[in-house]
Design a protein around this ligand. Sequence first.
Ligand code: HT7
Ligand code: ZN
Length: 851
Amino acid sequence: PAIIRRKDYTPFPWRVPEVRLAFDLGIESTRVEATLSVEPNPQAGAASAIRLDGDGLVLESVAVDGEPRDDWQRDGEALVVPLSSGPHTLTIVTRIAPAENTQLMGLYASGGMLCTQCEAEGFRRITFFPDRPDVLSVYTVRMEADAQAFPVLLSNGNPVEEGQLEGGRHFAEWHDPWPKPSYLFALVAGDLVARRDSFTTMGGREVELGVWVREADLSRTEHAMESIKRSMKWDEETYGREYDLDRFNIVAVGDFNMGAMENKGLNIFNTKYVLADEETATDADFDAIEGVIGHEYFHNWSGNRITCRDWFQLSLKEGFTVLRDQTFSEDLHGAAVKRIGDVRMLRSVQFPEDSGPFAHPIRPDSYKEISNFYTATIYNKGAEVIRMMRSMAGLEAFRKGSDLYFERHDGEAATCEDFVKAMEDGAGLDLTQFRRWYEQAGTPQVTVEQHHEGDRVTLTLAQVVPATPGQPDKLPVPIPLKIALFDREAGTHSGEQLIVLTQESQDFTFDGHAKPPVLSINRNFTAPVAIERDIAREDLVFLAAHDDDAFARHEAMQELLLGYLLGDGDEAAREAIGTAAGAILADDALDHEMRAELLGLPTFAYLAERSEVFDPGAMVDKREGLKTWLGETFAGRFAQLHDSLAEPSRAAGMAGKQARRMRSVALAYLAAADPADGAKRGLAQYRDAPGMTDRQGALAVLAGLDGPERDEALADFYSRFADNALVIDKWFTLQASALREDVLGQIEQLARHQAFTMSNPNRVRALYAAAAGNPLAFHAADGTGYRMIADLILELNLRNPQLAARFVPSLGRFRRIEPKRAAMMRAELERIAGAGKLSRDVAEQVEASLG
Ligand code: HT7
Ligand code: ZN
C-alpha cells in the first residue's frame, strides 16, 4: 500500500460549502443522491477537475450544474470530474448495499437497523466526496424509507421536516447548520424508541436529549441519559463550552468496530457503552459508560467545532478529549483510583506499543492505513502530553490556554501546532523544546540518583529516549516531575514541588534535610516516563504505607511487587511485600476501593514490558505463587473483609461500590490460598449477589477453579442472561481469561458454541481479545495459541479489516518473548504475510511487526 506523508499536505483545490444528501434507504440496496455546491479554494492552486474519493460504490450518474455529464474518469476507486473554474453544482447518484457491508464502515445494517460509521474514511463508501477532514460543509439530509421497518429516521443537527409518502413509505429531513467534515456525517434508520429528557444550557438554550435503543433495552438507558447531562454541565463549568444545537441524540448499535462516534448532534455508540442496570452491568461498566459518553460529548468542541486539518493531527482531538474525559471522571468520582487505573492501562497497552515495532509519535509522520493509528499512543499518550502542559501551567493558566485555543480556531480544521501555540500564548508557557513530545516516539527512561551531604540533597536525573523504528537518534524532552522529600521519622514532607528535567542529565538540589529523606517522585504520574531508581526496599515499604499522594503510594507497592516478580524471587523481597500489604490491610483511614487498588498485582502485559526476556509460563507460576502466599499470609483478614463487606456491598452509592471492589479482591486472594474455601465462598457470593459487580467478581474467581461450584455458576449465568448479548460477552470473556492449564481447549470449544459469531465485533473481542491477553492461552508452549490468533486474523482480514488488524500487535511483540516462543510467533506473522490478498490494515501491521 502507498505511504501517505504528513509533509505532503496540500489544501484541497475546491471548497464544498454545502452538501445535500437524499437517501432512498433499503437494507439490500440504498440509492444516494449527493448534491455538492463547489467553488475554487482561494487557499489552493487552481484545478481543472475535481477528484472525489470513493470506495466500493456503484456510480449511476453525474451532472454538473444540472447537465448530465459523461466526461468523468475513474482513477482507481476515485471519480475525477472535469470542472471549469468558478462555482458549480455537482450531482452524483450512487448505489450501495448496506447488508453486504461487513467492514462496518460507511452505511451498514445492524440488527435490522441502518447506521453509519464515517471516521476516518467511511464517507467515501456512501458517496463520492473529498473525504478529508479539512473540507467543511453544511449538510442537509433527506431520508426516505419504509415506514414500518424504519419508523425512526435520524441525522445530524436539527429536524426540519417529516411526512408520509405513498406505498407505506415516509421521509424526514435534517439540517446541521455547523460546517463539518464528512467523517462527522451520520444517519440512523430503524425501529427504535427513545428515553427523552432535556438540558438547559448556561446560555438558556433548551436542548432536547434522546437516547435511542431497541424497545427491549429502554429500561437500561437511565444511566446513559444522566451521563449526558453530567457531561454537558461539566464542560460548561470546567471549560466554558456550551452545546450548540436544539437536539442531542445518541443511538446504541449492537455491531460497532469501536466504542462510540462523535458525529455532530448524533453520537452513535456501541451498546456496550450505553446499556446498563445493576443486574446486568458492573460498577466498572457504569463508569466506562459515563466516561465514553463524556468523551463523545466533549468532542463537540474538541473535534467537531475545531476539527483536524489532516489525520496526522488525530491526537489534536483524541489526546485532548481523552484528557477531558479522564478529568471529568476524576472530578465526579475521585481522582486517585481513576488516575491509577488510567496509568495501569497506559503501561499495559501504550508502553508496549511505544517500545514495539509499531511505535509512532503522537503526531505520526506517515501511515498507510489511518485506521491503524487509532492507538493508545494517539489517544492516551496524547492525553498525557497535554496533561503535562496542564501540570506545568497550573489549572488557571491552562484554562486560559484552552479558552484561547477554542476562540482562535473555532470553525477551523486545525493542527497540533495550533494547539501548542495557543497554549504558549494563552497559558504563558514556552513550549519550544516541549514540541519534541509530538515528534518523537518511545517512552523516555529516567534514572534517579540521590546523594546527601550535610543538609543538602542532590538528585541527579538523567533521561534517555530510546530508539524506535525510523527514529534512531532522539533528543531530550522536558519532563515535569512532581516530587516530595519525606522525613522518614516524622512520616511527613515539607511540600510538593514540580521540577522539570530538560537536559540529558541534570542535578536538582534541596536544602534543609539533616537526614537523607525518602524520595517520592513522579507523583500522580506527572510525566509518561519509566523511572529507574535505586531505592532501598524499606523506603518503598515506607512510601507504600505513608505517601500522601495516592498514586505514589500505589507506585511504591507496585515497585515492591515488580522487584520481586522480575527479580530472582528472594525471600526478603517477598517479606517486604508482606510488610507493606499488612500496613495497607490494617490502615483504617483507607477506603476499600483504594485498599483493593493498592493490593492489585501488576498486569502480565506490564510485566512483559518490564522484562528483558519474558517467559510467560514462568511468570504465571511466580505471580500466582505470590497471590497464594499473600492469601495465606493474610487469610484471616481477607476472610474478615469478605464476610463483613457482604452487607455493605449491597448498598448503593460510593460506599457500596468501594465495598464490592474490596470484597471481590479478598475473594480472589482467599481462593488462591485455599481453592476449596474459595469455591464455596465464590458460589455463595455468586448466588447472593445483589447485582452484576458481585456476580461477575465471583464468577471471575470460580472460572479459574475446578469443581461443581464453577459448573453451577457458569451454567446459571448463561441461562439467566441468555437473551442479553452484552452479558453473554462477559460469559465468554470470563472463561477465556481464566488462568487454567486447559484454557486453550476451552476457548476452542467456546468458538464452536452456538452463541459465538464472527460477525459481531463485541463477541469476537469477548472471546479472542481475552484469549490473546491470557498468557496460558496465547503463549501455550506448543504455539497453538499463536496459530489460533493468526487463523482469526486471516478469517477476519477481508470481512472486517479493522477488527482483524487489532489482533496483529499481540503477535508482533515476539522480540520480548523467550526465543522458542518468539520463533513461533514470528512464523505465524510470516504465514499471514504470505497468505495472499491482505487488507491494507492487516498488511501494514504485519509488515511493521516483521520489521
Ligand atoms: N473518534 C471516534 C473514532 C472511531 C473510529 C475510528 C475508526 C473506525 C471506527 C471508529 N469508530 C469510532 C471515536 C472516539 O475517539 O471518540
Ligand atoms: Zn475520541
